[in-house]
Design a protein around this ligand. Structure first.
Ligand code: GTP
Ligand code: MG
Length: 336
């Protein structure tokens, strides 16, 4: 999957079609050269709707579309004929799109498929001179023009909802855990930093539960900076998770483990403070590489530092602590 190039946020201007004008006309034929008024009304300007569609997942189809216009209504015609209405326009958007109407500060989040919302109304049609006839005005020269359609700037943003998000520094074993929990075989795991360059999505099946999980590229000091190629833009996939598994590499100096927790916290804070309100399990991976004394020391420091997160010591390589982690994940989702 390559999500990096997909467009998940876009601003567009919507301009609905103008209503067609009413016209002035008088009935004429071979035998009648001074017939009554027969100028028809204009057609309606087309509305613009946004419509959720489960077949699309991004706004790639709207790339480079800064302005989208819908059809104008046609002008009225002779013989009292009404002009054709503009054809309403339906713009496809993915499910879970947040729509912001910029000037009005109105927001919607559409979570279901095939939902249509009217965003800009087409202009009202003008009235032809036929409608102005009366007993005292048999040859009206009045008509009205069609009104302009509504115009709005909107912002569309795809919101991601996964159950579990994996975060952590380079090489700590995020993808190894992802592979273990999802049983997906084709996962790139290598002994160098930044193996994972894009998110990966999988499903964990525990008992009868199915939970979605997202693996992410590593976070390092400075990841929040835009110039950084692997910036933390991918945290958008994490920000609505119900549980975060923060992975730490245990075969490092103890000081480094705690420094790492702070680095990642700072980087995430710079992206969105609310992410830290999400329940977080701290997973200390690579338990096979250290002895029990170090584990005890680490546990003590967690207590001293009053870090209250649930802590797990695991090894994906030796399959240690994985069942316990699975059970706690299951319990958490059963209770929340
Ligand atoms: N000894 C040991 N090695 C492990 C364990 N888990 C993962 N590794 C190794 O650690 C290295 C990195 O693992 P990955 O799963 O690719 O780590 P990652 O956090 O996804 O790395 P990036 O995507 O680069 O950020 C690989 O060589 C793994 O085989 C473990 O429990 N014990
Ligand atoms: Mg990885």
């Amino acid at each position: 999957m390559n999500n990096n190039n997909n467009i998940y946020k876009i601003k567009i201007k919507l301009i609905s079609g103008k209503g067609g004008d009413g016209i002035i006309s008088f009935y004429r034929n071979k035998y009648i050269n001074k017939g009554g008024p027969d100028g028809g009304n204009g057609g309606k300007g087309a509305n613009i709707y946004l419509e959720t569609n489960s077949n699309i997942d991004s706004f790639n189809h709207l790339k480079n579309k800064k302005v989208i216009k819908s059809e104008n209504g046609k002008n009225g015609k002779k013989n009292n004929c009404t002009g054709k209405n503009g054809k309403n326009l339906y713009i496809k958007i993915p499910i879970n799109t947040k729509i912001t109407i910029l000037k009005k500060k109105k927001k919607y989040l559409i979570k279901k498929n095939n939902i249509k919302i009217l965003i800009t109304k087409g202009g009202k049609p003008g009235i032809g001179n036929n409608k102005f006839k009366s007993s005292i005005n048999r040859t009206p020269l009045q008509y009205t023009k069609g009104k302009k359609g509504e115009k709005l700037n909107i912002k569309l943003e795809k919101i991601f909802f996964y159950d579990i998000g994996l975060i952590g520094s380079p090489n700590c074993g995020k993808s190894s855990i992802f592979k273990k929990l999802t049983s997906i075989k084709k996962i790139k795991i290598k002994n160098y930093p930044f193996t994972t360059l894009d998110i990966q999505i999988g499903i964990i099946r525990i008992k009868k539960k199915k939970l979605s999980i997202v693996d992410t590229p590593a976070i390092v000091k400075g990841s929040h900076k835009k110039k950084n190629k692997l910036s933390i833009k991918f945290l958008k996939y994490i920000k609505n998770c119900k549980l975060i598994l923060h992975i730490l590499e245990i075969n490092k100096k103890i000081k480094y483990i705690f420094k790492n927790i702070d680095i990642i916290k700072k980087e995430i804070f710079k992206y969105d403070k609310n992410i830290y309100k999400i329940k977080q399990f701290l997973i200390l991976n690579k338990k096979d590489l250290i002895n029990i004394k170090i584990i005890k020391n680490i546990k003590n420091i967690f207590i001293k530092k009053k870090i209250r997160n649930k802590i797990f010591f695991i090894s994906t390589k030796k399959n240690l602590g994985i069942n316990k982690l699975n059970n706690k994940i299951y319990k958490y989702f059963n209770n929340n």
